[in-house]
Design a protein around this ligand. Sequence first.
Ligand SMILES: [Zn+2]
Length: 184
Amino acid sequence: MCFGYLVSVAFTAPAPAKVWPAKTPLVITQSFGSFGTYGFQSYHTGIDIALPVNANVFAICDGVVFLNKTTNTYPTAFQNYFNSFVIIKHNCDGDQIFGYYGHVYSRFHEGWKVSAGQLFANVIMSKAATDTQSATGVDQPDNTHLHFGLARSYIRNQWGYAPSRREMMRLGWINPITYLNNSD
Ligand SMILES: [Zn+2]
């Protein structure tokens, strides 16, 4: 038996896989770019993933907590719900991208590091959008979900919706499904 040649194989470490922000299979209740259904007359900048209250939320890649707004200090329950975002500045195998994890609670402070797949937040109870007065609000346990968005840059005051599809693209929002499905 004779081996006339040697096959050279370059062993390189596989790129770390991106992790889905919630346990799969995911139930997507509102897709990226769909028209807002809450009367905001605007476009959805992320995806909504149906999850029970307290469901675990995971970092999609390594990163640093950039903003934690889950402080529950707004005057109404719906404002607290709508503004309860964690923004993580991710490094997805060299690709910088901002992850927006909405309707969650997190004990992670700004500046803390997270690694891909790390549990850092939990889904909170949803509140009726029509209840803008009371401090406690009306619970909507049938509508709890994680809002998950990805943007090429830090976008202030655009958590969840953009006024037009064109503006959504201009601001750098991308489709999270497409991004997470692409392992490159
Ligand atoms: Zn959403």
